[in-house]
Design a binder for this molecule. Structure first.
Ligand code: NAD
Length: 296
């Protein structure tokens, strides 16, 4: 069994670390939150005194941090993971961060003689707990192959999307599409209601016609047609509007640096930022339908 360092034991990282422990690996963990560390040590992990202590004498390190600035500060510099680790250590960054930071940190890791992939996830806290996350990885083939046994424990669908940073590219493109499609589906339901067509009937027709998409058939933003969707529990999140906004902003940043035209992505970011400015960032992202109806 391997010795694995784990940094960032929050809503996602906590249960991911638990699954590695359950699979029999030795975990050395670090988080700024003492409560988060305690949950992991209660499950059998050892606590490190700092992020760089996690990297000493381990085979692999997984990081699950909020944003690019946290990833840069944990990996780079004199006190960073890359300076502390033995050469050849494998790093897996599963945080959702900007493509530029992901590529910079992986390049620095390679220069320092390490192996590293970016491996952001989708599947939410439920997927992290169940070990059914989807991983979208970027990086060299050998680093991906070394990481795959660990990703298989934490996830169900594991994709190698190509070169360094491509995991983040896949993640922001997918989530930009999801944000746009949720707004599109919501607009259709709002319009139908105003014109006297009930939601269930629109669902029955559209879900088997050309308007069909995941936002309609798996996560329908009106109550009724899809019993498991957050619309049936007053838009209690699932995936919050705030998290969707974070990913849409990352997509816009990437689009600007690549000079890609993403006008609907920009509009989606603007609409979700209205949810944020209204104080509704903890509402599920499908609650955007309430904003469109004037109910927020
Ligand atoms: P979270 O805020 O619950 O957890 C982040 C953890 O990192 C916290 O426990 C925090 O204390 C710790 N941390 C921050 N800076 C640190 C540092 N310098 N050293 C050590 N620990 C530090 O966030 P989360 O929901 O677990 O999300 C983590 C990442 O996964 C984010 O990038 C998020 O976008 C992504 N993500 C989240 C979800 C979700 O549904 N929550 C789904 C997919 C992807």
């Amino acid at each position: 069994m391997a010795k694995i360092g784990f940094i960032g034991l929050g809503n996602m990282g906590g249960p991911m670390a638990q699954n590695l422990i359950k699979a029999g690996h030795d975990l050395m963990v670090f988080d700024l939150s003492a409560d988060a560390v305690k949950k992991a040590t209660d499950a059998g992990a050892s606590a490190a005194n700092s992020a760089s202590d996690v990297a000493r004498g381990v085979d692999a390190v997984v990081t699950m941090l909020p944003a690019g600035a946290h990833v840069s500060s944990v990996y780079l510099g004199e006190d960073g993971l890359l300076a502390a680790a033995d050469k050849g250590t494998l790093f897996i960054d599963s945080s959702t961060i900007d493509v530029t930071t992901a590529r910079t940190v992986i390049s620095e890791a390679q220069t320092a003689g390490m192996q590293m992939i970016d491996a952001p996830v989708s599947g939410g806290v439920g997927g992290a707990e169940a070990g059914t996350l989807t991983f979208m990885a970027g990086g060299e083939e050998a680093a991906f192959a070394a990481a795959k046994p660990y990703l298989d424990i934490m996830g169900q669908n594991i994709f190698h999307a190509g070169a360094a940073g491509n995991g983040q590219v896949a993640k922001v493109c997918n989530n930009m599409l999801l944000g746009i499609s949720m707004i599109g589906v919501s607009e259709a339901f709002v319009l139908a209601e105003k014109l006297g067509l009930d939601g269930q009937t629109l669902f029955d027709i559209s879900s088997t016609a050309s308007g069909q998409c995941w936002s309609m058939t798996s996560y329908c933003p009106v109550p009724g047609p899809v019993p498991s969707s957050p619309a049936n529990r007053d838009y209690q999140a699932g995936f919050t509007a705030g998290m969707m906004l974070k990913d849409l902003r990352l997509a816009q940043e990437a689009a600007q640096s690549a000079k890609a035209a993403t006008p609907l992505g920009a509009q989606a970011a603007a609409l979700y930022s209205l949810m944020e400015s209204g104080g509704h960032e903890q509402v599920d992202f499908s609650g955007i339908i309430k904003l469109l109806k004037g109910d927020l």
